[in-house]
Design a protein around this ligand. Structure first.
Ligand code: CUA
Length: 186
């Protein structure tokens, strides 16, 4: 009765001897003259073809993926259709926001679309970052600092849910410091 490890050892020995055999055969064959030019040309042609095909596929796929992130209108720029910043708003809706470890206090969460909204952002304890996201993309942000009120005026053009994420490391549960606002059509 042959034990399993012995059998495995024998198999391994056979594989190793086979590999040595291949090396010896290749070594012997390498000494013989032969015309490899035809094979080489064919291999090079195939290689050039594959390079062209793979390049075209890679460039095509990357173009489609990247175009969604280009900062130009018409190329799927995410900021343009959903929100815009307003420099000098007339009659904005003011919303007070306070960041504290580790939650947001937002005066109101249902906000009207197509009207400037001025977030007046501060913090109760340490620095936080008030980041407005939609579909995983950061749209706008302002620092939330204790003793300082920073204003960020946005006009939401797309109704729906927007996420608020903290953008300044503020303690171990920082990544859980998230909230959401809802933009409604009026
Ligand atoms: Cu608050 Cu990070």
């Amino acid at each position: 009765m042959i034990r399993l490890p012995t059998l495995a050892g024998l198999l391994l020995l056979l594989v190793a001897l086979g590999a040595v055999g291949v090396f010896v055969w290749v070594g012997a064959a390498a000494g013989r003259p032969g015309d490899a030019a035809a094979i080489k040309r064919r291999a090079y042609r195939i290689r050039v073809g594959w390079f062209a095909v793979l390049s075209a596929v890679a460039i095509g796929v990357l173009s489609v993926v990247v175009s969604g992130y280009l900062p130009y209108p018409g190329f799927g720029y995410r900021l343009a259709p959903s929100v815009r910043t307003v420099a000098d708003p007339a009659n904005p809706l003011v919303v007070d926001v306070t960041g504290k470890q580790w939650a947001w206090e937002i005066e109101r969460r249902a906000l009207p679309a197509h009207r400037p909204i001025t977030f007046r952002v501060t913090a109760a304890d340490v620095n936080h970052g008030f980041g407005v996201y939609r579909d995983g993309a950061l749209l706008a942000q302002v620092q939330a600092m204790p003793g300082v009120v920073n204003e960020l005026t946005l006009q939401f053009e797309k109704p729906g849910a927007y996420s608020i994420l903290c953008l300044e490391y503020c303690g171990t549960p920082h990544s859980g410091m998230r909230d959401r606002i809802t933009v409604v059509e009026k």
